[in-house]
Design a protein around this ligand. Structure first.
Ligand SMILES: *Cc1c(COP(=O)(O)O)cnc(C)c1O
Length: 322
């Protein structure tokens, strides 16, 4: 992939920045402190943060004359779903290499992958290296069949994809010039890296969700690649306390964050990413790392389909019915 790739447009920008006064008060901030950056409202394929990254990555793929996109992810990957949507929008075939086996449930993101016309290849229960091998095999098979595949990196988190969030940093500064902290979930790391590239490490608080082994190193490496400047992993503001039993589990602070956000603002978060990020913000306020009187932005990165792909989250939510 070329690094000076033209961007392709997949949505309308900027996304809204909305006040969240009732949520602010509920978590110990002043009413005017907390704002939601609504990247969940991006109008492609159900929305979410992968769209900004895909504008750069798929732009490069088109310049390279690709005719099929290949990417990897968990069965409930939002990134896979949005890659399928980008392919549909642009007339490219999409092959999703997903972890696990067929037949373990088909709700949430997987249902949307089907609607969007993606082909799914199940890689079995393997690790990240096994997923990469499975994707390489799919790419090799496509080339042998005379196709021109482009491999979209895990989570869209290359330095190229992270440019989408460096742009988002500029958008945020135009909408909230007095921004003190933007809070985001940190999964594959590109979202946080782009924000750090645009805002500096002191104004970005990442909440690790357990998707990578060493989030500080992952984010810092992407920042270095993106900016060409140094980035000290120890200088990043990263909370590691919301992973719980791992990616697929549903910790109690996450359930509480989902309910509080829904009941104060009518805004729905997801159990894997944004629910953890909100639980991390609550913990950061309790610890005095985010304080009343400062402008705080919570980046809503999307993920709603994943709520319906989580049996545990659906059961907990249904049990709240009165
Ligand atoms: C992928 C994802 C994230 C994390 O973004 P990264 O750039 O992978 O760190 C956060 N929220 C949602 C809903 C996501 O799908």
């Amino acid at each position: 992939m070329t690094s000076d790739a033209r961007q392709v447009r997949l949505a309308s920008w900027p996304t809204p920045l909305e006040p969240a006064p009732r949520l602010a008060r509920a978590i110990g901030l002043e009413a005017d402190d907390l704002w939601l950056k609504r990247d969940d409202l991006v109008g492609l394929g159900g929305g979410g943060n992968k769209v900004r990254k895909l504008e750069w990555i798929v732009g490069a793929a088109l310049e390279d004359d690709a005719d099929v996109l290949v990417t990897t992810g968990a069965a409930q990957s939002n990134h896979a779903r949005l890659t399928a949507a980008a392919g549909a929008r642009l007339g490219l075939d999409v092959v999703l290499v997903l972890k696990g086996e067929a037949g373990r449930g088909s709700s949430g993101n997987l249902a949307l992958d089907g609607l969007l016309g993606a082909r799914v290849v199940w890689a079995g229960d393997t690790d990240n290296a096994g997923m990469a091998d499975a994707a390489d095999q799919v790419v090799a098979d496509l080339v042998r069949d005379g196709r021109r595949p482009a491999l979209v990196p895990f989570g869209g988190s290359s330095a190229l994809g992270a440019r989408g969030y460096r742009e988002c940093a500029d958008e945020l500064l135009a909408q909230a010039p007095d921004l003190r902290t933007v809070v985001t979930a940190a999964g594959s790391g590109g979202t946080m890296a782009g924000l750090v590239a645009g805002l500096g490490d002191d104004r970005v608080l990442g909440v690790h969700v357990g998707a990578v082994a060493d989030p500080a190193r992952t984010v810092a490496d992407l920042v270095v690649e993106l900016t060409g400047a140094d980035c000290d992993p120890h200088g990043l503001r990263l909370r590691l306390d919301q992973v719980g039993g791992g990616y697929a589990t549903l910790p109690e602070p996450v359930v509480a964050a989902l309910a509080t956000t829904a009941r104060t603002e009518g805004v729905v978060l997801d159990p894997v990413y944004t629910g953890r990020a909100m639980a991390g913000l609550v913990a950061a306020v309790e610890a005095g790392d985010v304080r009343p009187g400062e402008r705080t932005v919570f980046l809503h990165t999307g993920g709603l389909p994943g709520l319906f792909g989580s049996a545990a989250a659906v059961l907990r939510a249904e049990a709240m019915l009165r």
